[in-house]
Every structure is written in structure tokens, then in C-alpha cells.
Design a protein around this ligand. Structure first.
Ligand code: SF4
Ligand code: SF4
Length: 192
């Protein structure tokens, strides 16, 4: 038990350390290479997930501001469905642990830079796409709905947009390979 509490306390300390560095003016005072910053941001997420795993998700309730700044810093607290988010993180972790195809879709390296929008150097719009090139309004069943993402706001707005999670992990980078396009059966994007 003592060892377990020590590990949890260590994880809390490490997570707080990363958060302090990422979200405080400290990072402006200390010059680090972009690739080092990218690594630190990803390590912050790994620490959050490790803490989540170690506490059965309790950490998300106790340290919710730390999760919020990572996943949805611009959303109001009242907009965030915390229990649905808690369940969703379990689902994503389970899928990542048990589904090789799902893991293979996200081959980003730990030093890769953030992306806020689809990388047009990698993909083009399918000739069959009926909608506008700048949005996904013509998609009948969006990837957010397929994922049953709890960060899909009531008015169709992504509550996570522009967050570190959005830019470093999934949505801002989508799609980066054929496996992602196939997984979501995306009617808009094709690899170049
Ligand atoms: S599945 Fe493709 S077209 Fe539909 S919302 Fe997602 S990215 Fe847009
Ligand atoms: S883009 Fe969609 S799937 Fe990604 S976080 Fe936002 S709502 Fe969720």
C-alpha cells in the first residue's frame, strides 16, 4: 500500500511539474528546442494517463483542472460531461490496448510538431465529396459521432478544439494515413 501511494504521489508530482512548465511563463523564460517542447507535452499526457490508470480514473475527478487544461481549456466547466469523459477515456485506453489496428493508426513520433488542421500536403479531397472544402458539414455521420466523443458539444462545436490533446494526438492531425480514413469511412479525404 505504501509503495502504491508513493507511486501515485510521484505521478502527481511529475504531472504537476510538467503542467507548471507547460502552462506558466517559465517556458518563455527558458529557451528549449521545439522538439523538446513537443516531447514534454506528450510526456504530460502520458503522466495524466498513467495517473488515470493507477487510480482507476479517480485522478480525473480530484485533479480535474489538470485534465481540463490538456483536453478542453476553452470550454466552460459546465459544458464538460465529466462522467462521459471518464468513461470515454477508459474506452479509448481499452481500444488502444486491445486493438492493434487502432494503435497503428496513430504512428506519431514523440517529437512530432502539433497540427491544428488537416495537413493538405498529405491528403486531398475525394472527387466524390459533395460539400465545401473548408468544412465537413456535408458528412452525414461524422467521425466525432462515430467515436461517440463526449467533447462533441451540443451545437456541433468541438469542445477540445485547439487544445494540446487536439493538436498533439488525434483530431487536429486527422487524417495522416489510409488506416485512419478507412477506420472512419471518411467520405471526404484521400491520401495524395
Ligand atoms: S468522417 Fe471525414 S468527412 Fe466526416 S466529419 Fe470526419 S473528416 Fe469530415
Ligand atoms: S474533433 Fe470530434 S472527436 Fe475530436 S475531440 Fe473534437 S468532438 Fe471529439
Amino acid at each position: 500500500m505504501k509503495r502504491y501511494l508513493f507511486v501515485v504521489a510521484l505521478l502527481v508530482g511529475v504531472t504537476l511539474g510538467f503542467a507548471t512548465w507547460i502552462f506558466s511563463p517559465l517556458k518563455n523564460a527558458v529557451k528549449v528546442a521545439d522538439s523538446s517542447y513537443n516531447v514534454i507535452v506528450r510526456l504530460y499526457f502520458y503522466a495524466l494517463f498513467a495517473l488515470f490508470l493507477a487510480t482507476g480514473g479517480l485522478s480525473m475527478f480530484v485533479l480535474f483542472p489538470l485534465y481540463k487544461v490538456a483536453f478542453a481549456p476553452k470550454a466552460a466547466y459546465s459544458e464538460l460531461p465529466i462522467f462521459a469523459l471518464w468513461m470515454h477515456i477508459f474506452k479509448v485506453m481499452w481500444r488502444s490496448a486491445t486493438n492493434q489496428q487502432y494503435r497503428d493508426m496513430y504512428p506519431s513520433k514523440i517529437t512530432d510538431p502539433p497540427k491544428l488542421n488537416t495537413d493538405r500536403n498529405l491528403v486531398k479531397i475525394k472527387p466524390t465529396w459533395q460539400g465545401d472544402s473548408s468544412n465537413c458539414d456535408a458528412c452525414t455521420f461524422t467521425c466525432c459521432e462515430k467515436l461517440q466523443c463526449p467533447l462533441f458539444g451540443k451545437n456541433g462545436r468541438c469542445l477540445s478544439y485547439d487544445s494540446l490533446f487536439f493538436k498533439y494526438f488525434y483530431c487536429g492531425r486527422y487524417p495522416e494515413n489510409q488506416a485512419q480514413i478507412d477506420y472512419y469511412d471518411c467520405p471526404k479525404w484521400a491520401l495524395k
